[in-house]
Design a binder for this molecule. Structure first.
Ligand SMILES: [Zn+2]
Length: 325
């Protein structure tokens, strides 16, 4: 039993995601996601209430990218053409710039979108969860798994939760994770609306961006679109796209926030902004954190200590910044 289990248990308690297995197949010949243009897919409605037409599947593997076979929802590897192309393109950019690491992508949404277990959103093909790039103690890339990252940038793959001798110390791979994020916010075909991530990782990514002398526009955009939601997101990034102009004209709706720069783009395109109208919030299967802890498997002392420590950043964003929605 791995720490992932515990993370998942807590994840369920707070907003959630749970493991399954995938039987995804790869398109033969030229991958469909490479040929897919935005017009192939249409995001209809909003992230928490919408559907998807002509969903494009993320490939099992692409340069620098793997679609997680143990993702929370086995068949949730469909998104809009813009989303799938953005992920493949960003992972390939990182792979070219810093070979050796692999981006692991968890849930996108279902082929036709709609409600999905353990997520309030991910319904309209424009949401995706991406695990952080990780490094081992020697500073070499380590497969991305859902390891919660603490404010020092460190985490542990506890593997057998009862056995302290098999623990693997890890840390977030900031150079690759930032480069990936930079590629996302610089994508001209996929407009990132939100990157949900715990505040301390957001701060570390901004510091890394400065260290890499990243373009000011990318830093500004990331800083504007990123924030910590009420559920901390300390083991992955949740990325959400705006409706494309094309989809906006076909019934796509955006959730909050709407930024002045996006409003200006929409106006220039001769379109009107469409705000998501959410019906009654779908009740997810939520258990309290206490229940999750009570139901968690036996674990050794340092796992329990980490989970206790984790509560300090799960429930409290940085001073001066509020939770985002
Ligand atoms: Zn998500």
């Amino acid at each position: 039993m791995r720490i992932v289990w515990v993370v998942l248990a807590l994840c369920v308690a707070l907003a959630g995601c749970v493991a399954g297995s995938s039987a995804q197949s790869v398109d033969a010949g030229v991958p469909a996601f490479r040929r897919a243009r935005g017009s192939r897919s249409t995001s209809v409605g909003g992230p928490s209430s919408g559907t998807l037409r002509g969903g494009v599947s993320l490939p099992e593997r692409a340069p620098g990218l793997v679609s997680n076979p143990r993702r929370p929802n086995a068949t949730a590897f469909y998104g809009t053409a813009e989303l799938v192309n953005m992920l493949a393109s960003a992972a390939a950019t990182v792979d070219r710039a810093m070979p050796g690491g692999t981006c692991t992508v968890n849930d996108l949404g279902f082929e036709r979108g709609g409600p999905i277990d353990h997520h309030g959103s991910h319904q309209a093909g424009r949401d995706v969860d991406v695990l952080f790039y990780l490094l081992n103690a020697e500073g070499r890339p380590h497969p991305s798994i859902g390891v919660p990252i603490d404010p020092a940038g460190e985490g542990t793959d506890y593997r057998d939760l009862l056995d302290p001798s098999d623990d693997i110390p890890l840390r977030i791979d900031l150079p690759r994770t930032w480069r990936f994020v930079q590629a996302l916010v610089e994508d001209e075909h996929a407009l990132v609306q939100r990157i949900f991530v715990v505040e301390h990782v957001r701060t570390m990514l901004l510091a890394e961006a400065a260290r890499q002398h990243a373009p000011a526009a990318a830093i500004q955009r990331f800083s504007e679109v990123s924030c910590q939601p009420a559920y901390a997101h300390d083991d992955h990034l949740h990325v959400r796209l705006f409706c494309s102009d094309e989809d906006l004209a076909a019934g796509c709706a955006d959730s909050v926030p709407m930024y002045p720069w996006r409003l200006a783009q929409i106006e220039r395109a001769g379109l009107e902004p469409v705000a998501e109208v959410r019906a009654r919030r779908r009740r997810s299967r939520v258990v309290t954190e206490e229940e999750a802890r009570a139901n968690a498997p036996p674990m050794h002392e340092s796992v329990r200590a980490f989970l206790d420590r984790r509560e300090s950043w799960i429930v409290q964003p940085h001073p001066g910044r509020r939770y985002c929605r």
